[in-house]
Ligand binder design. Structure first.
Ligand SMILES: [Zn+2]
Length: 198
């Protein structure tokens, strides 16, 4: 017996409309999957728990619900309101988001390259600076010690990676602030659901 998450986003509904939709959707789930251990809202307690918290995105609201909802509770519902952004703003956000992905990919590339370069080194072994274990290079699959999980990177390489990570964080903040400054129409979305026993 486990639990699976079941979340639905309802756009532009009043609280009354949302409540009605939850009832009909739960009835539909019950009809299709049955009640107990169905992995749907039909397996949850009756009712809707409205959470009065502010979230900047439906994803944030969903994460909050899944962190706090229990499979024996009724569903949680959060109203998320945000500005949809103008076309120009959204284009800029998309561009800056793709830059974040590029920077993060370059961190992965750095680690991949490190492993590749290690194979090309003349020495047959490498030792961990933390637990002092010595390994045959063949035992090394990535840049972390198989024994203690400490990084096998040299101080210089660690600095390089930290610099890229810093850059990624700055880029993420940039995207966040662009999202916060969005104008345009207000989008209202009810994020509803929680964990369901299955
Ligand atoms: Zn180690």
């Amino acid at each position: 017996m486990g639990a699976t998450n079941y979340i639905i986003n309802y756009k532009n509904l009043t609280e009354k409309q949302m409540r009605e939709r939850v009832v009909t959707d739960t009835e539909q789930m019950q009809y299709e999957e049955g009640c107990s251990y169905s992995g749907t809202w039909a397996s949850k307690a009756y009712g809707i728990n409205i959470i009065n918290k502010k979230f900047n995105s439906t994803q944030e609201a969903e994460d909050y619900i899944l962190d706090n909802n229990d499979k024996w509770d009724c569903v949680d519902a959060v109203l998320v309101q945000y500005k949809a952004g103008t076309d120009k703003q959204n284009e800029k956000i998309k561009l800056e988001k793709s830059k974040t992905v590029e920077i993060k990919n370059s961190i992965m590339d750095f680690h991949k390259n490190w492993t590749k370069k290690l194979k090309e080194r003349n020495s047959k072994t490498i030792s961990c600076s933390s637990c002092k274990t010595r390994f045959n290079k063949e035992q090394i699959r990535n840049s972390f010690c198989p024994q203690c999980n400490h990084s096998l990177l040299s101080a210089t390489d660690t600095k390089k990676v930290d610099k890229i990570k810093e850059k990624a964080e700055k880029q993420e903040l940039k995207v966040k602030s662009l999202i916060a400054k969005r104008g345009g129409k207000t989008v209202k979305t009810w994020v509803v659901g929680g964990w369901c026993s299955c």
